[in-house]
Design a binder for this molecule. Structure first.
Ligand code: OGA
Ligand code: MN
Length: 379
């Protein structure tokens, strides 16, 4: 009996993994009837309305970053997950394209760091967008041609660059965090009751239709009292939100283009994963794309997207999803602990990435050591 329990634990068949495998399955496709869809407004006994701080963000401040007035946002909580807030696409019509363009054209640029830097020289990864747009726009999908750099992009880090090997941030690997994304993050978190959020680190994940993101907890940030913000663009995903233990079965929900999540309080350190990318619901992408009109963009503070740039973005997001997570690493007045190695650390060994944990869902790169992690205790 004990032997069987041990082998079960060894094979990692915890409740979360079972659900992960269920939704990752392709043939036959899984039943999605239990997946919460906040976009349809269908009430569920698990969904509660989240209270926002309507006074924290003025309509002008919201519009400046491409968001609707906070009173118009549809924000939800989930029973049993205090501190978790889901905001169903609060962008102004026509304003997502500008953020998509930033994610595809601007944020992958130096000095930000991306997966391609791990095995290519800085000059080769200098202009990912510029080196990709031509073949992306003339390519016929039937032809087998080498993938462009943009299609090979898997992650970008911003601000304090996350080190995938040591699972840490450090003072000596920092580049300025993009001001526009800092400002967007500040407004969203303020509306959720967290004034003064300081966006210090960002991870962008670029998912193809067959990508997934393994079960993990984001705990490398030094101040866990600050929320974690997640934004999604392009194709949809199934997001699984679990508990503090791998044994806790997760809740499944759809994340569509423009949707946002705030993980704070007791939900800040919960296990989560993305087992599956799915085509956006009918009409969803069309409304994102149609909105990309110059007149609408003029009324907001976000920069207009040229026709040429938008054509490339559209092609890309028709088969891909981009997720941006924004993190405050340090609390007010906090600094990184001084370690002897922190002066010598280089990026040379930084070869891993999300895609260790993103491709098969089996590897869990950031283990929590808590008393309920019996599988951690066993190994
Ligand atoms: C992450 C993450 C979730 C997503 O980057 O840490 O959990 O929806 N992303 O892609
Ligand atoms: Mn995460």
């Amino acid at each position: 009996m004990a032997k069987m329990a041990a082998s079960l634990l060894e094979s990692g068949e915890d409740a979360f993994r079972k659900v992960f495998k269920f939704y990752r399955r392709r043939n036959p496709p899984p039943d999605y009837s239990q997946v919460i869809d906040f976009s349809t407004g269908v009430p569920s006994d698990k969904i509660v309305l989240a209270k926002l701080d309507l006074a924290a963000v003025t309509d002008a401040e919201a519009a400046k970053v491409g968001l609707q007035p906070v009173r118009d946002w549809r924000a939800f909580g989930l029973q049993g997950y205090p501190g978790f807030i889901f905001i169903s696409n609060p962008f102004l019509p026509g304003c997502q394209p500008s953020w998509v363009r930033q994610c595809l054209k601007t944020y992958p640029q130096k000095p930000n760091v991306c997966n391609l830097d791990m095995h290519m020289s800085p000059s080769e990864t200098q202009d990912i967008w510029g080196k990709s747009v031509h073949s992306l726009s003339v390519r016929s999908s039937a032809k087998r041609e080498p993938k462009t750099l943009l299609e090979r992009l898997r992650w970008v880090t911003l601000g304090y660059h996350y080190n995938w090997d040591t699972k840490t941030y450090s003072a000596n690997h920092y580049t300025p965090f993009p001001a526009d994304l800092h400002s967007l993050s500040l407004q969203i978190t303020a509306a959720c009751g967290f004034p003064g959020f300081n966006a210090e680190a960002g991870i962008l994940n670029y998912y193809r239709s067959d990508s997934s993101l393994g079960i993990h907890v984001d705990e490398s940030e030094l101040d866990h009292s600050r929320p974690l913000l997640s934004l999604s663009f392009g194709q949809s995903a199934i997001f699984l939100l679990g508990g503090v233990c791998r044994q806790d079965a997760p809740t499944a929900m759809f994340m569509h283009s423009g949707d946002m999540m705030v993980m704070s309080g007791q939900s800040r350190l919960l296990y989560h994963a993305v087992p599956r990318i799915l085509p956006a619901p009918q009409g969803h992408m069309a409304s994102v794309m149609e909105g990309c009109s110059l007149s609408l963009q003029d009324s907001s503070g976000v920069e207009a997207v040229s026709k040429e740039d938008w054509a490339v973005c559209c092609r890309y997001i028709q088969s891909s999803r981009v997720n941006v997570t924004v993190r405050q690493v340090l609390g007010p007045g906090q600094s990184f602990p001084e370690t002897p190695s922190s002066h010598q650390r280089t990026d040379a060994g930084q070869t891993a990435g999300y895609h260790d944990r993103a491709t098969d869902g089996e590897s869990e790169k950031r283990k929590r050591s808590s008393s309920c992690d019996s599988d951690d205790a066993q190994t």
